[in-house]
Design a protein around this ligand. Structure first.
Ligand SMILES: [Cu+2]
Length: 128
């Protein structure tokens, strides 16, 4: 995919990070990315944060009785590759004012027993 960030092929590699652009007045959105674990041992993602947002959570969309529901994830264990993508696991962002037209945001990934990692997520229209 386009937009892959430079990252070492050891440790944690994050690619294709993006934030869904919302219409004016809407302050809840979601971010998506692919996280690859090259460390050789499972890594646990415990929290995601973003300076400009009111609240950030990890969610997973699940379809139950034909209804899409969002489930809160306390943590995400990354064995090899984890995809955060529309309709599945996503980074839920609440209270983000996008009216300044920012082209990208910094998202910080927090891990258990590992330094946190800053990721640049490009703002994108969902249907691009
Ligand atoms: Cu959600």
């Amino acid at each position: 995919m386009a937009c892959s960030q430079e990252a070492p092929k050891e440790g944690i590699e994050v690619s294709d990070a993006w934030v869904r652009k919302m219409p004016p007045g809407m302050t809840n959105t979601a971010a998506f990315m692919t996280i690859k674990n090259h460390t050789g041992a499972p890594v646990t993602l415990t929290q995601v944060s973003m300076e400009q947002a009111g609240h950030v959570m990890m969610h997973e969309t699940k379809v139950v009785n034909d209804m899409a529901k969002m489930e809160h994830l306390e943590q995400v264990v990354i064995e090899d590759t984890v995809h955060f993508e529309p309709g599945a696991k996503h980074v839920m962002i609440m209270g983000l004012d996008m009216s300044d037209g920012a082209k990208s945001y910094n998202i910080r990934l927090h891990f258990a027993n590992k330094p946190s990692l800053d990721v640049t997520a490009q703002v994108r229209d969902a249907n691009q």
